[in-house]
Design a protein around this ligand. Structure first.
Ligand SMILES: [Cu+2]
Length: 362
């Protein structure tokens, strides 16, 4: 790949030097005229413009056909539908305007190509035309921006209505940890300065805070379908970004501050596995993996779809692998799972108490 790039750069540099030499020759007083474009050259270039136009359209159609399958499946969160619709409308407008303006640009380039004896018309300005091509983009863009702002404020309105579950997402190089508020659904105070590795208090929870005692710390995020979740993000070290693509959610995790995001999952993991786009993707991936397995290569185990939390800020050398599985399930399954998890009091504080007891005996 590098060799191809170097070759491409060398060829482009050579063409640039060649063109500059030509310009230099043309600028000489006693230049010969064989290098000046005549009617036939101009006509050929006009046709080449059409060829380029066909190339642009061709590559657009090819990209739609070949790469549409790499897009994310249907949004799995309540706000995701509105977000996707706004994006779709923006893309449709861009697509139509691009298709029309490129056609006009290349057609005019052809129609008014240079002809011997023909002089370009001097046309200073036209107020009405300028008004039209200013006002249309202004109205369209203002509409998109206002709609976007409205959608943004709705999505970013993190409030306590509808009894949300409180979940903390804790980022560090290079792992995610999630913390639930526990029975009281209140996250206990925490600060990186209170991290105590000896006691496995890895999130720096305030051991004297009663709200912290029932907090549940896990390495796999479980969410009940149809219930609002309020996320609070923290970072231990550098800037990370909590990215949950299937839920159309992303928020920076900034050391020293708490950021927030809120969404309601609308499809369980099982339901999403039945989505036709997801099924196609799993099938394609597993075909590649089966091929790898046949060749004895790594990364060949069959893959099953799961929601995922990724880091979307390049935070260090293992950033690419900073991820956590998300399971969306029914309320009953979620409660059963939560029941099986240890609270902060059961894991860290109890250990602390037994150590104190041991020390007293000794
Ligand atoms: Cu990161």
């Amino acid at each position: 790949m590098t060799t191809v790039l170097i070759l491409a750069v060398l060829i482009l540099v050579a063409i640039a030097i060649w063109q500059m030499t030509k310009i230099f020759e043309l600028s000489q007083l006693k230049a010969e005229t064989s290098q000046i474009a005549n009617d036939s050259d101009n006509k050929t270039n006009g046709y080449l413009l059409f060829a380029f136009l066909i190339f642009i359209y061709g590559i657009t159609i090819f990209s739609f056909w070949k790469y549409s399958k790499f897009l994310l499946p249907e949004a799995a969160s309540a706000h995701g539908e509105e977000y996707d619709y706004l994006m779709l409308v923006s893309f449709v407008i861009i697509f139509i305007v691009q298709t029309l303006t490129q056609a006009l640009l290349h057609y005019f380039g052809y129609k008014y190509h240079g002809r011997k004896g023909q002089k370009a018309l001097f046309y200073a300005d036209n107020d009405r035309l300028e008004f039209i091509w200013t006002i249309i983009p202004v109205v369209v863009l203002a509409g998109l921006i206002l709609w976007g702002l409205y959608t943004w404020t709705t999505i970013m309105d993190v409030n306590d209505e509808d009894d949300p579950i409180m979940v903390e997402l804790y980022a560090q190089q290079f792992a995610w940890t999630a913390r639930y508020g526990g029975a009281d659904n209140v996250l206990g105070d925490a600060n990186v300065r209170m991290i105590d590795i000896n006691k496995a208090n890895v999130l720096g929870l305030d051991e004297s805070d009663t709200y912290a005692a029932d907090d549940i710390i896990v390495k796999e995020l479980h969410l009940p379908v149809g219930r609002k979740v309020n996320f609070k993000m923290r970072s231990q070290d550098v800037l990370h970004s909590a990215y949950m693509p299937h839920f159309r959610a992303q928020m920076n995790c900034v050391p020293g501050m708490i950021t927030e995001f809120s969404f309601t999952p609308i499809y369980t993991t099982e339901e999403m596995r039945q989505n036709s786009d997801v099924r196609d993707k799993v099938k394609r991936t597993n075909e590649i993996r089966a091929e790898r397995a046949a060749n004895g290569e790594d990364n060949a185990d069959p893959w099953e779809f799961d929601y995922i939390l990724l880091c979307n800020k390049i935070c260090g050398k293992s950033h690419y692998n900073m991820q956590m599985k998300i399971v969306v399930e029914t309320e009953e399954e979620y409660e059963a799972w939560l029941e099986g998890q240890k609270t902060f009091a059961e894991s860290v504080l109890k250990q602390d108490a037994s150590e104190t007891a041991m020390n007293t005996i000794q």
